[in-house]
Write a protein that binds this ligand. Structure first.
Ligand code: HEM
Ligand code: HEM
Length: 220
């Protein structure tokens, strides 16, 4: 399929003010991974030094590295396929903040795995990084550098990782809170456009084309 064909396919979803199924899959897979990483990273950080802690960080890295691969795919997708216009696009300050948070998220999708990778590569023996726990992942080429430089890289990467983690701990609740407010309070179409479409067994047309059901006995 050509790029024009993919764009036309995605535009059919955007016309109905919805993200495409690909955009939706990227969003929810990455949201789940990021939320897991925030919880697991926090838990790993609080374990006593030892085998359990090392294993916890190996799990953390195995789950985190796929985020880097997904981020590349998602960024390309996002550049080629614009998101839909929806009730949240009102050009006010709130819209600008929402867009800024989306940019920050993309920054974190790259910055966290890259800084985590740099941390491992600056101190660990060549070895224990695996993509999703199965595919061996190379170290960055730091092992021939002087020990002092490696420690400086470690410390800089750790600072970047911690700052981005803090940023996410603030912005994710804002983002989730705003999505829920749009949906339940303002009754906007924003969250619906990011949820998978479940066909109705009575009326299989997309939800946006539904006519209200015959109220039947309840309406009388
Ligand atoms: C979006 C992805 C990621 C998120 C949200 C995330 C989140 C976190 C969190 C919450 C902590 C605990 C910080 C603390 O104890 O104060 C942490 C620590 C850490 N993460 Fe990640 N992480 C991600 C990706 C990665 C990746 C891909 C790697 C390795 C390849 C990695 C390696 C580490 C390491 C080594 C630490 C310990 C840092 C320290 O010395 O405190 N992280 N991460
Ligand atoms: C339960 C949690 C979440 C809900 C209910 C939610 C909901 C939404 C909604 C409704 C949108 C569309 C916004 C619009 O078009 O104006 C959106 C976009 C977005 N969300 Fe979430 N989200 C959640 C978690 C997350 C997490 C954890 C992340 C990653 C840190 C994330 C990253 C993004 C990004 C990057 C976009 C922009 C999409 C794009 O155009 O590329 N979301 N989210």
């Amino acid at each position: 399929m050509s790029v024009a064909g993919i764009r036309a396919w995605a535009a059919r979803h955007a016309e109905r003010r919805r993200y495409s199924p690909v955009g939706i899959a990227f969003h929810w897979i990455m949201a789940a991974l990021v939320i897991f990483q925030l919880g697991w990273g926090w838990y790993a950080g609080r374990l006593m030094a030892g085998g359990d802690k090392l294993h916890a960080y190996e799990v953390h890295s195995a789950v985190g590295l796929p985020i880097l691969i997904l981020a590349i795919g998602r960024l390309v997708w996002r550049i080629v396929i614009p998101g839909p216009e929806n009730d949240a696009d009102r050009q006010g300050v709130q819209t600008q903040i929402a867009y800024a948070i989306h940019y920050i998220f993309y920054l974190c999708f790259f910055g966290l795995p890259l800084s985590g990778w740099a941390m491992w590569s600056s101190v660990a023996e060549p070895g224990p990084l695996y993509l999703a726990g199965v595919l061996p992942w190379p170290q960055l080429p730091f092992h021939d550098l002087p020990l002092e430089t490696r420690w400086q890289i470690m410390s800089a990467a750790e600072s970047v990782h911690h700052v981005l983690v803090l940023v996410l701990f603030v912005t994710v609740p804002l983002h989730v809170g705003a999505a829920l407010k749009h949906h339940f309070w303002d009754r906007h179409d924003v969250l619906r456009g990011m949820l998978p479409e479940i066909p109705d067994d009575v009326d299989p047309r997309p939800a946006s084309e539904h006519k209200p059901r015959d109220p039947g006995i309840l309406g009388t």
